[in-house]
Write a protein that binds this ligand. Structure first.
Ligand code: ADP
Ligand code: MG
Length: 222
C-alpha cells in the first residue's frame, strides 16, 4: 500500500529535517506510529498524503508515485484513495457536521454522492455517537465531537488507506477503544490499511506493528 524509499524532507522555514531510508505498509496492514512530539510524525503523514512534497526520494501509494502528480491530481488522488483524520481535525466551520462528513464527495469527481454514501455517513455518525448532531456546525461541537466528525469524514468514502493522526487524542478511554474498533471494522470491510499516529500506549497491542519515530529524526543542524 505504501512504499517510501530514501525520503528526505526539510521545511524551508525551519531547520527541521526528516529522513526515512525505507518504510513499507502492506495492503490491509495496521501500523501504529509513536514518537516524541516534534519528531515529524504529522510531517510524514502529510508527505504520504501528498500534502507536502519531498525534497528527494520516492513515495508510492497504492501504485502511484504521489510526488509526480500535479496539485489537482494529488488532491483527487487523496480524496479517492486516502481517508485522513487530521490532528487538528481540519473541519470547515461554514458547513454542518453532515456536510463536513460528505465533503470528499464535493471535491472529487470520481466519487458520486448517492443515497448509499448518505446512508453511510448517517450510520458512521450514529456509531460514533454523533448521530443527533449532524446539523450542527463544528463551532457548536465539543473537541471530542469534532474529532468524531473528522473520523466519519475519513471513513465515509471507504478508502484503501486510512491515515490517522492522533484520532483518539481528545476522547475518553472508553470512547478511544470504541472509535478504534470502528476504525478497524471499517478498514476490514473496505480492505484498507491503517497507519495511525497515537500517544495511547494501551492501544498499541491492537496494531500489527509499531514504528518508533525517534529513529527518523535528523538533528536540527544536520
Ligand atoms: P509531530 O507530529 O511528530 O509532533 P510534526 O511533524 O508536526 O511533529 O513537526 C515536526 C517538526 O517540524 C517540528 O519541529 C515542527 O515545529 C516543524 N514544523 C511542523 N510544521 C511546520 C511548518 N509548516 N513549517 C515549518 N516547520 C514545521
Ligand atoms: Mg503531530
Amino acid at each position: 500500500m505504501i512504499t517510501v524509499e530514501n525520503l528526505s524532507f526539510r521545511y524551508s522555514a525551519t531547520s527541521f529535517g526528516l529522513r526515512v531510508p525505507a518504510f513499507h505498509l502492506q495492503d490491509r496492514e495496521r501500523v501504529a506510529i509513536v514518537g516524541p512530539s516534534g519528531s515529524g510524525k504529522t510531517t510524514l503523514l502529510n508527505l504520504i498524503a501528498g500534502i507536502l512534497t519531498p525534497e528527494a526520494g520516492r513515495i508510492d501509494v497504492a501504485g502511484t508515485d504521489v510526488a509526480t502528480l500535479s496539485e489537482v491530481e494529488r488532491r483527487r488522488f487523496r480524496a479517492s484513495t486516502i481517508g485522513f483524520v487530521f490532528q487538528d481535525f481540519a473541519l470547515l466551520d461554514y458547513l454542518s457536521a453532515r456536510q463536513n462528513i460528505l465533503y470528499p464527495y464535493r471535491i472529487t469527481p470520481a466519487l458520486t454522492l448517492n443515497a448509499a454514501a448518505r446512508e453511510r455517513a448517517e450510520a458512521l455518525a450514529a456509531a460514533c455517537g454523533i448521530g443527533d448532531k449532524l446539523d450542527r456546525h463544528p463551532t457548536a461541537l465539543s473537541q471530542g465531537e469534532q474529532q468524531r466528525v473528522a473520523i466519519c469524514r475519513a471513513l465515509v468514502t471507504q478508502p484503501k488507506l486510512i491515515l490517522s493522526d492522533e484520532a483518539t487524542g481528545n476522547l475518553d478511554p472508553e470512547s478511544k477503544a470504541r472509535i478504534l474498533d470502528l476504525l478497524f471494522e471499517q478498514a476490514s470491510e473496505a480492505g484498507a490499511a491503517v497507519l495511525a499516529v497515537t500517544h495511547d500506549h494501551e492501544l498499541l497491542p491492537r496494531f500489527e506493528r509499531v514504528l518508533d519515530f525517534a529513529q527518523f529524526r535528523q538533528g536540527a543542524d544536520a
